[in-house]
Design a protein around this ligand. Sequence first.
Ligand code: NAD
Ligand code: IPM
Ligand code: MN
Length: 370
Amino acid sequence: MFKVAVIPGDGIGPEVVSEGLKILDALEETTSLRTRRTQLDVGSSRFLRSGELLTEEDLSILIKQDAIFFGSIGDPRVPTGILEKGILLAIRTRLDQFVNLRPIRSWGDYSRLKNDKPFNITFLRENTEDFYMGAGGIFEGGKGRVPLKIKRALYDLEMDLNALSSNQDDYAFEIGVLSRKGIERFADYVMSHAKRTGQERVTVVDKANVCTNLYGLWRDVFRDRAKRNSIDLEFVFVDSMAMALIRNPEHFGMIATPNMFGDILTDLGAEIQGSLGLSASGNINPFGVPMFEPVHGSAPDIAGRNRANPIGAILAVKLMLEHLGMPNLGNMIEDGVEHTIEKGIVTPDLGGTSTTFEVGDSVAEFLRSV
Ligand code: NAD
Ligand code: IPM
Ligand code: MN
Protein backbone atom coordinates (compact mmCIF):
# COMPACT_ATOMS: atom_id res chain seq x y z
CA MET A 1 0.00 0.00 0.00
CA PHE A 2 1.52 3.29 -1.11
CA LYS A 3 0.54 6.50 0.65
CA VAL A 4 0.00 9.27 -1.88
CA ALA A 5 -0.89 12.88 -1.04
CA VAL A 6 -2.91 14.56 -3.77
CA ILE A 7 -2.79 18.33 -4.26
CA PRO A 8 -4.98 19.28 -7.24
CA GLY A 9 -4.28 23.01 -6.77
CA ASP A 10 -5.54 25.72 -9.14
CA GLY A 11 -6.81 26.28 -12.67
CA ILE A 12 -6.48 23.15 -14.80
CA GLY A 13 -4.67 21.38 -11.91
CA PRO A 14 -7.81 19.63 -10.60
CA GLU A 15 -8.92 18.72 -14.16
CA VAL A 16 -5.67 16.97 -15.08
CA VAL A 17 -5.12 15.45 -11.63
CA SER A 18 -8.47 13.70 -11.82
CA GLU A 19 -7.36 12.07 -15.10
CA GLY A 20 -4.11 10.97 -13.43
CA LEU A 21 -6.14 9.44 -10.60
CA LYS A 22 -8.31 7.68 -13.19
CA ILE A 23 -5.14 5.94 -14.37
CA LEU A 24 -4.24 4.90 -10.82
CA ASP A 25 -7.81 3.58 -10.38
CA ALA A 26 -7.52 1.50 -13.56
CA LEU A 27 -4.20 0.03 -12.42
CA GLU A 28 -5.59 -0.74 -8.98
CA GLU A 29 -8.44 -2.66 -10.60
CA THR A 30 -6.19 -4.73 -12.84
CA THR A 31 -2.90 -5.16 -10.92
CA SER A 32 -1.75 -5.62 -7.32
CA LEU A 33 -1.07 -1.87 -6.97
CA ARG A 34 -2.84 -0.25 -4.02
CA THR A 35 -2.69 3.37 -2.89
CA ARG A 36 -4.07 5.22 0.09
CA ARG A 37 -4.74 8.78 -1.01
CA THR A 38 -4.98 11.89 1.11
CA GLN A 39 -6.23 14.98 -0.66
CA LEU A 40 -4.99 18.34 0.59
CA ASP A 41 -6.78 21.62 0.04
CA VAL A 42 -3.69 23.64 -0.81
CA GLY A 43 -3.90 26.43 -3.37
CA SER A 44 -5.53 29.74 -4.22
CA SER A 45 -9.01 29.06 -2.87
CA ARG A 46 -7.78 28.25 0.62
CA PHE A 47 -5.36 31.20 0.42
CA LEU A 48 -8.16 33.60 -0.55
CA ARG A 49 -10.33 32.18 2.26
CA SER A 50 -7.79 32.00 5.06
CA GLY A 51 -4.50 33.54 3.94
CA GLU A 52 -2.75 30.18 4.35
CA LEU A 53 -0.06 29.00 1.97
CA LEU A 54 1.83 25.80 2.82
CA THR A 55 1.24 25.27 6.55
CA GLU A 56 3.24 23.26 9.07
CA GLU A 57 0.21 20.98 9.34
CA ASP A 58 0.27 20.37 5.55
CA LEU A 59 3.96 19.54 5.84
CA SER A 60 3.38 17.13 8.71
CA ILE A 61 0.99 15.23 6.42
CA LEU A 62 3.26 15.41 3.35
CA ILE A 63 6.29 14.13 5.21
CA LYS A 64 4.49 10.86 6.02
CA GLN A 65 3.73 9.99 2.37
CA ASP A 66 5.47 7.76 -0.12
CA ALA A 67 4.84 10.37 -2.81
CA ILE A 68 2.90 13.52 -3.63
CA PHE A 69 0.86 13.99 -6.79
CA PHE A 70 0.55 17.71 -7.55
CA GLY A 71 -1.55 19.52 -10.19
CA SER A 72 -0.54 23.17 -10.52
CA ILE A 73 -0.85 26.46 -8.69
CA GLY A 74 -1.26 30.05 -9.78
CA ASP A 75 -4.33 32.27 -9.86
CA PRO A 76 -4.87 35.64 -11.53
CA ARG A 77 -6.67 36.88 -8.38
CA VAL A 78 -3.47 36.50 -6.33
CA PRO A 79 -0.40 38.69 -6.91
CA THR A 80 2.17 36.73 -8.88
CA GLY A 81 4.76 34.84 -6.86
CA ILE A 82 2.77 34.44 -3.63
CA LEU A 83 1.37 30.98 -4.37
CA GLU A 84 4.34 29.93 -6.49
CA LYS A 85 6.88 30.68 -3.75
CA GLY A 86 4.62 30.04 -0.76
CA ILE A 87 3.39 26.65 -1.94
CA LEU A 88 5.27 25.01 -4.81
CA LEU A 89 8.79 26.24 -4.06
CA ALA A 90 8.10 25.80 -0.35
CA ILE A 91 7.32 22.10 -0.88
CA ARG A 92 10.39 21.59 -3.07
CA THR A 93 12.73 23.23 -0.57
CA ARG A 94 11.16 22.05 2.70
CA LEU A 95 11.14 18.45 1.45
CA ASP A 96 14.60 19.06 -0.04
CA GLN A 97 13.60 17.71 -3.45
CA PHE A 98 16.90 18.77 -4.98
CA VAL A 99 16.53 17.05 -8.36
CA ASN A 100 13.86 17.90 -10.91
CA LEU A 101 13.51 15.10 -13.45
CA ARG A 102 11.84 16.17 -16.71
CA PRO A 103 11.99 13.68 -19.59
CA ILE A 104 10.91 14.60 -23.10
CA ARG A 105 10.51 12.46 -26.21
CA SER A 106 9.14 12.79 -29.70
CA TRP A 107 5.59 11.53 -30.30
CA GLY A 108 5.68 10.84 -34.03
CA ASP A 109 3.88 13.35 -36.17
CA TYR A 110 3.00 15.64 -33.26
CA SER A 111 6.54 17.04 -33.01
CA ARG A 112 6.72 20.79 -33.69
CA LEU A 113 9.97 20.36 -35.59
CA LYS A 114 10.48 19.95 -39.33
CA ASN A 115 13.33 17.63 -38.41
CA ASP A 116 11.56 14.36 -37.73
CA LYS A 117 14.45 12.42 -36.22
CA PRO A 118 13.19 10.86 -32.99
CA PHE A 119 14.58 12.26 -29.73
CA ASN A 120 14.48 11.10 -26.15
CA ILE A 121 16.04 13.41 -23.57
CA THR A 122 16.19 13.29 -19.80
CA PHE A 123 16.51 16.75 -18.30
CA LEU A 124 17.81 16.86 -14.74
CA ARG A 125 17.37 20.29 -13.23
CA GLU A 126 18.90 21.36 -9.93
CA ASN A 127 15.85 22.21 -7.85
CA THR A 128 16.70 24.19 -4.69
CA GLU A 129 19.38 26.81 -5.46
CA ASP A 130 20.57 29.21 -8.21
CA PHE A 131 18.22 32.16 -8.74
CA TYR A 132 15.51 30.38 -6.76
CA MET A 133 17.00 31.22 -3.36
CA GLY A 134 14.52 33.96 -2.56
CA ALA A 135 17.60 36.09 -1.90
CA GLY A 136 16.40 39.42 -3.11
CA GLY A 137 15.35 42.87 -2.09
CA ILE A 138 15.23 46.52 -3.01
CA PHE A 139 17.53 49.32 -1.97
CA GLU A 140 15.13 52.22 -1.93
CA GLY A 141 16.68 55.54 -2.75
CA GLY A 142 19.90 53.77 -3.72
CA LYS A 143 21.10 53.00 -0.22
CA GLY A 144 20.49 50.94 2.85
CA ARG A 145 20.98 47.51 4.28
CA VAL A 146 19.18 44.28 3.38
CA PRO A 147 19.84 41.31 5.65
CA LEU A 148 19.06 37.99 3.93
CA LYS A 149 18.31 34.74 5.70
CA ILE A 150 18.18 31.60 3.58
CA LYS A 151 17.09 28.28 5.00
CA ARG A 152 17.78 25.04 3.23
CA ALA A 153 17.95 21.46 4.48
CA LEU A 154 21.70 21.52 3.78
CA TYR A 155 22.48 24.84 5.51
CA ASP A 156 21.39 28.18 6.88
CA LEU A 157 22.97 31.08 5.04
CA GLU A 158 22.89 34.69 6.18
CA MET A 159 24.06 37.53 3.99
CA ASP A 160 24.11 41.16 4.90
CA LEU A 161 24.10 43.57 2.00
CA ASN A 162 24.86 47.25 2.19
CA ALA A 163 24.39 49.56 -0.76
CA LEU A 164 25.38 53.08 -1.53
CA SER A 165 24.73 54.39 -5.01
CA SER A 166 25.77 57.57 -6.81
CA ASN A 167 22.14 58.60 -7.21
CA GLN A 168 18.82 58.21 -5.41
CA ASP A 169 17.31 55.62 -7.71
CA ASP A 170 15.74 52.36 -6.46
CA TYR A 171 17.79 49.19 -7.01
CA ALA A 172 16.21 45.73 -7.08
CA PHE A 173 18.27 42.59 -6.88
CA GLU A 174 17.85 38.82 -6.81
CA ILE A 175 20.95 36.82 -6.01
CA GLY A 176 21.83 33.47 -7.54
CA VAL A 177 23.67 31.18 -5.15
CA LEU A 178 25.13 27.71 -5.59
CA SER A 179 26.75 25.90 -2.68
CA ARG A 180 29.54 23.43 -3.34
CA LYS A 181 27.67 20.75 -1.38
CA GLY A 182 24.47 21.52 -3.28
CA ILE A 183 26.19 21.12 -6.65
CA GLU A 184 28.03 18.01 -5.49
CA ARG A 185 24.94 16.11 -4.44
CA PHE A 186 23.14 17.11 -7.63
CA ALA A 187 26.12 16.13 -9.85
CA ASP A 188 26.39 12.82 -7.97
CA TYR A 189 22.73 12.14 -8.71
CA VAL A 190 23.23 13.05 -12.38
CA MET A 191 26.19 10.66 -12.66
CA SER A 192 24.40 7.79 -10.97
CA HIS A 193 21.26 8.36 -13.04
CA ALA A 194 23.40 8.44 -16.21
CA LYS A 195 24.99 5.12 -15.31
CA ARG A 196 21.69 3.56 -14.26
CA THR A 197 20.10 4.47 -17.57
CA GLY A 198 23.10 3.66 -19.79
CA GLN A 199 24.03 7.22 -20.81
CA GLU A 200 27.69 7.67 -21.69
CA ARG A 201 27.59 11.42 -22.08
CA VAL A 202 25.98 14.19 -20.06
CA THR A 203 25.41 17.67 -21.47
CA VAL A 204 25.83 20.32 -18.77
CA VAL A 205 24.16 23.67 -19.34
CA ASP A 206 25.17 27.01 -17.83
CA LYS A 207 26.18 30.57 -18.62
CA ALA A 208 29.75 30.27 -17.35
CA ASN A 209 30.91 32.83 -19.92
CA VAL A 210 29.04 35.56 -18.04
CA CYS A 211 28.18 34.35 -14.53
CA THR A 212 31.76 33.19 -14.05
CA ASN A 213 31.62 32.76 -10.29
CA LEU A 214 28.30 30.98 -10.07
CA TYR A 215 28.81 28.59 -12.96
CA GLY A 216 32.60 28.40 -12.57
CA LEU A 217 32.05 26.43 -9.36
CA TRP A 218 29.29 24.45 -11.09
CA ARG A 219 31.73 23.43 -13.86
CA ASP A 220 34.53 22.54 -11.42
CA VAL A 221 32.28 20.17 -9.52
CA PHE A 222 30.84 18.58 -12.67
CA ARG A 223 34.34 18.03 -14.12
CA ASP A 224 35.42 16.31 -10.93
CA ARG A 225 32.34 14.11 -10.68
CA ALA A 226 32.43 13.14 -14.36
CA LYS A 227 36.07 12.10 -14.07
CA ARG A 228 35.39 9.98 -11.00
CA ASN A 229 32.52 8.25 -12.80
CA SER A 230 34.11 7.97 -16.27
CA ILE A 231 31.23 9.86 -17.87
CA ASP A 232 31.85 12.13 -20.86
CA LEU A 233 30.88 15.73 -20.29
CA GLU A 234 29.84 18.32 -22.78
CA PHE A 235 29.38 21.92 -21.56
CA VAL A 236 26.90 23.98 -23.55
CA PHE A 237 25.92 27.60 -22.86
CA VAL A 238 22.21 28.04 -22.30
CA ASP A 239 21.65 30.28 -25.34
CA SER A 240 23.33 27.75 -27.59
CA MET A 241 21.33 24.96 -25.89
CA ALA A 242 18.07 26.69 -26.83
CA MET A 243 19.25 26.73 -30.44
CA ALA A 244 20.42 23.12 -30.41
CA LEU A 245 17.14 21.85 -28.96
CA ILE A 246 15.41 23.10 -32.09
CA ARG A 247 18.13 22.17 -34.54
CA ASN A 248 19.22 18.71 -33.41
CA PRO A 249 17.49 17.41 -30.27
CA GLU A 250 18.39 13.86 -31.30
CA HIS A 251 22.00 14.61 -30.32
CA PHE A 252 21.14 14.79 -26.59
CA GLY A 253 20.48 12.01 -24.10
CA MET A 254 20.86 13.58 -20.68
CA ILE A 255 20.99 17.31 -19.96
CA ALA A 256 21.87 18.69 -16.52
CA THR A 257 20.88 22.28 -15.83
CA PRO A 258 20.89 24.88 -13.08
CA ASN A 259 17.48 25.70 -11.67
CA MET A 260 16.37 28.69 -13.73
CA PHE A 261 17.77 27.65 -17.11
CA GLY A 262 16.19 24.24 -16.52
CA ASP A 263 12.82 25.87 -15.95
CA ILE A 264 13.03 27.65 -19.30
CA LEU A 265 14.57 24.85 -21.35
CA THR A 266 12.04 22.28 -20.17
CA ASP A 267 9.08 24.34 -21.40
CA LEU A 268 10.92 24.57 -24.73
CA GLY A 269 11.60 20.83 -24.61
CA ALA A 270 7.98 20.13 -23.75
CA GLU A 271 6.76 22.17 -26.69
CA ILE A 272 9.03 20.60 -29.32
CA GLN A 273 7.37 17.28 -28.44
CA GLY A 274 4.10 18.81 -29.59
CA SER A 275 2.72 20.56 -26.51
CA LEU A 276 3.62 21.79 -23.06
CA GLY A 277 0.67 19.69 -21.91
CA LEU A 278 2.60 16.46 -22.66
CA SER A 279 5.41 16.90 -20.14
CA ALA A 280 5.78 15.40 -16.70
CA SER A 281 8.11 16.23 -13.88
CA GLY A 282 9.44 14.52 -10.75
CA ASN A 283 10.78 16.52 -7.81
CA ILE A 284 13.13 14.05 -6.20
CA ASN A 285 14.83 13.75 -2.87
CA PRO A 286 16.51 10.33 -3.05
CA PHE A 287 16.26 10.09 0.75
CA GLY A 288 12.86 11.70 1.26
CA VAL A 289 9.37 12.29 -0.11
CA PRO A 290 9.19 12.93 -3.87
CA MET A 291 6.54 14.96 -5.71
CA PHE A 292 5.25 14.35 -9.24
CA GLU A 293 3.45 16.94 -11.36
CA PRO A 294 2.93 18.04 -14.94
CA VAL A 295 5.48 20.63 -16.12
CA HIS A 296 2.80 23.15 -17.07
CA GLY A 297 1.07 25.67 -14.83
CA SER A 298 -2.55 26.40 -13.97
CA ALA A 299 -3.34 27.68 -17.50
CA PRO A 300 -6.09 30.13 -16.45
CA ASP A 301 -6.79 30.83 -20.15
CA ILE A 302 -8.28 27.35 -20.63
CA ALA A 303 -9.29 26.35 -17.10
CA GLY A 304 -12.73 24.84 -16.49
CA ARG A 305 -13.35 23.99 -20.13
CA ASN A 306 -12.42 20.30 -20.26
CA ARG A 307 -9.84 21.03 -22.94
CA ALA A 308 -6.58 20.76 -20.99
CA ASN A 309 -4.22 18.04 -22.13
CA PRO A 310 -4.02 15.57 -19.21
CA ILE A 311 -1.05 13.59 -20.59
CA GLY A 312 1.57 15.55 -18.59
CA ALA A 313 -0.31 14.64 -15.41
CA ILE A 314 -0.79 11.03 -16.55
CA LEU A 315 2.92 10.70 -17.30
CA ALA A 316 3.63 12.21 -13.87
CA VAL A 317 1.83 9.16 -12.47
CA LYS A 318 4.12 7.04 -14.63
CA LEU A 319 7.20 8.76 -13.16
CA MET A 320 5.77 8.25 -9.68
CA LEU A 321 5.23 4.51 -10.14
CA GLU A 322 8.70 4.12 -11.67
CA HIS A 323 10.19 5.95 -8.71
CA LEU A 324 8.27 3.73 -6.30
CA GLY A 325 9.85 0.69 -7.96
CA MET A 326 7.21 -0.33 -10.53
CA PRO A 327 8.77 0.40 -13.94
CA ASN A 328 6.51 -2.19 -15.58
CA LEU A 329 3.40 -0.19 -14.58
CA GLY A 330 5.15 2.95 -15.81
CA ASN A 331 5.72 1.32 -19.19
CA MET A 332 2.07 0.29 -19.36
CA ILE A 333 1.00 3.89 -18.82
CA GLU A 334 3.34 5.11 -21.56
CA ASP A 335 1.97 2.43 -23.90
CA GLY A 336 -1.55 3.65 -23.08
CA VAL A 337 -0.57 7.22 -23.90
CA GLU A 338 1.08 6.14 -27.15
CA HIS A 339 -2.01 4.15 -28.12
CA THR A 340 -4.28 7.12 -27.36
CA ILE A 341 -2.13 9.57 -29.32
CA GLU A 342 -1.82 7.18 -32.28
CA LYS A 343 -5.60 6.91 -32.41
CA GLY A 344 -5.78 10.71 -32.68
CA ILE A 345 -7.57 11.06 -29.33
CA VAL A 346 -5.89 14.35 -28.49
CA THR A 347 -6.89 17.72 -27.03
CA PRO A 348 -6.91 21.01 -29.00
CA ASP A 349 -3.31 21.93 -28.07
CA LEU A 350 -2.29 18.99 -30.29
CA GLY A 351 -4.79 19.94 -32.97
CA GLY A 352 -7.47 17.50 -31.86
CA THR A 353 -11.05 17.81 -30.69
CA SER A 354 -11.04 15.36 -27.79
CA THR A 355 -11.72 16.51 -24.24
CA THR A 356 -9.59 16.11 -21.12
CA PHE A 357 -11.96 13.33 -19.94
CA GLU A 358 -11.84 11.47 -23.25
CA VAL A 359 -8.04 11.35 -23.30
CA GLY A 360 -7.98 10.06 -19.69
CA ASP A 361 -10.74 7.53 -20.47
CA SER A 362 -8.84 6.23 -23.47
CA VAL A 363 -5.63 5.64 -21.50
CA ALA A 364 -7.60 4.03 -18.63
CA GLU A 365 -9.51 1.79 -21.05
CA PHE A 366 -6.21 0.66 -22.61
CA LEU A 367 -4.89 -0.25 -19.16
CA ARG A 368 -8.03 -2.28 -18.42
CA SER A 369 -7.69 -4.13 -21.72
CA VAL A 370 -4.06 -5.33 -21.41
P1 NAD B 1 1.02 27.71 -18.13
O1 NAD B 1 1.93 26.54 -18.19
O2 NAD B 1 -0.06 27.64 -17.14
O3 NAD B 1 0.39 27.98 -19.56
C1 NAD B 1 1.17 28.36 -20.69
C2 NAD B 1 0.35 28.12 -21.98
O4 NAD B 1 0.28 26.72 -22.22
C3 NAD B 1 -1.09 28.60 -21.89
O5 NAD B 1 -1.49 29.09 -23.13
C4 NAD B 1 -1.86 27.35 -21.55
O6 NAD B 1 -3.20 27.35 -21.98
C5 NAD B 1 -1.05 26.28 -22.25
N1 NAD B 1 -1.13 25.01 -21.49
C6 NAD B 1 -0.52 24.73 -20.33
N2 NAD B 1 -0.83 23.50 -19.92
C7 NAD B 1 -1.66 22.98 -20.85
C8 NAD B 1 -2.34 21.74 -20.97
N3 NAD B 1 -2.21 20.78 -20.06
N4 NAD B 1 -3.12 21.56 -22.06
C9 NAD B 1 -3.23 22.51 -23.00
N5 NAD B 1 -2.63 23.69 -22.92
C10 NAD B 1 -1.85 23.94 -21.86
O7 NAD B 1 1.96 28.98 -17.85
P2 NAD B 1 1.57 30.51 -17.52
O8 NAD B 1 0.36 30.89 -18.29
O9 NAD B 1 2.80 31.26 -17.67
O10 NAD B 1 1.21 30.49 -15.97
C11 NAD B 1 -0.10 30.40 -15.43
C12 NAD B 1 0.02 30.27 -13.92
O11 NAD B 1 0.60 29.01 -13.57
C13 NAD B 1 0.93 31.31 -13.29
O12 NAD B 1 0.36 31.67 -12.04
C14 NAD B 1 2.23 30.60 -13.08
O13 NAD B 1 3.03 31.13 -12.04
C15 NAD B 1 1.74 29.21 -12.73
N6 NAD B 1 2.67 28.11 -12.98
C16 NAD B 1 2.60 27.06 -12.12
C17 NAD B 1 3.34 25.92 -12.36
C18 NAD B 1 3.20 24.78 -11.45
O14 NAD B 1 2.30 24.73 -10.64
N7 NAD B 1 4.05 23.78 -11.54
C19 NAD B 1 4.15 25.85 -13.51
C20 NAD B 1 4.19 26.94 -14.38
C21 NAD B 1 3.42 28.06 -14.12
C1 IPM C 1 7.76 24.94 -12.96
C2 IPM C 1 7.21 26.31 -12.63
C3 IPM C 1 7.76 26.78 -11.30
C4 IPM C 1 9.27 26.92 -11.44
C5 IPM C 1 7.16 28.10 -10.78
C6 IPM C 1 5.67 28.11 -10.84
C7 IPM C 1 7.61 28.38 -9.39
O1 IPM C 1 7.46 27.20 -13.65
O2 IPM C 1 7.52 24.00 -12.19
O3 IPM C 1 8.41 24.80 -14.00
O4 IPM C 1 9.76 27.97 -11.87
O5 IPM C 1 9.95 25.96 -11.13
MN1 MN D 1 8.26 26.27 -15.43
